[in-house]
Design a protein around this ligand. Structure first.
Ligand SMILES: Nc1ncnc2c1ncn2[C@@H]1O[C@H](COP(=O)(O)OP(=O)(O)OP(=O)(O)O)[C@@H](O)[C@H]1O
Ligand SMILES: [Mg+2]
Length: 208
């Protein structure tokens, strides 16, 4: 295993990404790696402000193209301020959502043309391709059940079930097209089983 790795976690709402990222961090640290965990949209002071705009239910009039460019603005800042310096100094970066989410949410979800997303994404991040993407996959209902007691709903979570079915299918399709980069984990399993799956994948991909 190289000293540095760029690992991303993907999946629909509530499948367990933020929980799993801590598992990835622990395993990598046990292997002696210096780990930075971060998230998109967000990960920087500017990016977190953009995240608030993106998630606020007061911004329901936002057009899909505005949404795309806000996300990309946050990403450009995140790459410059967090990801790039961390990788350059030999750290492992583990990110809760990255460009696959843009294709899944703004493409399959919002219906933007994939070629527009690809061009815009390449404009800001042609060189940042994750070395490994863990796709946590579970039925939409499982994710919804897990977050239903949170007490608030964001602008994406307000979307209907069909929206998330499209996103789930898009993620699975991307995983099929790039089997070397993606590992799909059955996120409907118990937390212990998901952790074991992650451990096996990391052992298999990276020798310690
Ligand atoms: N495998 C699991 N089995 C049961 N519960 C889980 C599992 N993984 C996570 N959870 C619980 O489900 C809830 C949602 O998990 P988490 O916040 O990690 O999901 P997420 O994918 O990051 O959600 P979001 O898309 O909203 O950011 C949390 O309460 C977490 O403890
Ligand atoms: Mg989360």
């Amino acid at each position: 295993m190289k000293n540095y790795e760029f690992i991303t976690l993907e999946g629909i709402e509530g499948v367990g990404k933020s929980t799993a990222i801590q598992v990835v961090k622990r395993i990598l640290e046990e292997k002696g790696r210096d780990v930075v965990i971060t998230r998109e949209p967000g990960g920087t002071a500017i990016g977190e402000k953009v995240r608030d705009i993106l998630l606020s239910t007061q911004n329901n009039e936002m057009s899909p193209v505005s949404e795309l460019f806000l996300l990309l603005a946050a990403r450009a800042q995140h790459l410059a301020e967090v990801v790039s310096p961390a990788l350059a100094s030999g750290k492992c970066v583990v990110c809760d959502r990255f460009f696959d989410a843009t294709f899944a949410y703004q493409g399959a979800g919002r219906g933007l043309d994939i070629s527009i997303i690809k061009s815009a994404t390449d404009l800001i991040s042609p060189f940042f391709i994750p070395t490994l993407t863990l796709l946590l996959d579970a039925p939409v209902e499982v994710g919804f059940q897990r977050i239903k007691n949170r007490g608030h709903t964001d602008r994406f979570e307000e979307q209907n079930r069909v929206f998330f079915e499209r996103i789930r299918a898009s993620y699975l399709n991307r995983a099929r097209l790039e089997p070397k980069r993606f590992c799909v984990i059955d996120a409907s399993q118990s937390l212990g089983e998901v952790s074991n799956s992650i451990e096996l994948i990391l052992q298999d991909k990276f020798d310690s």
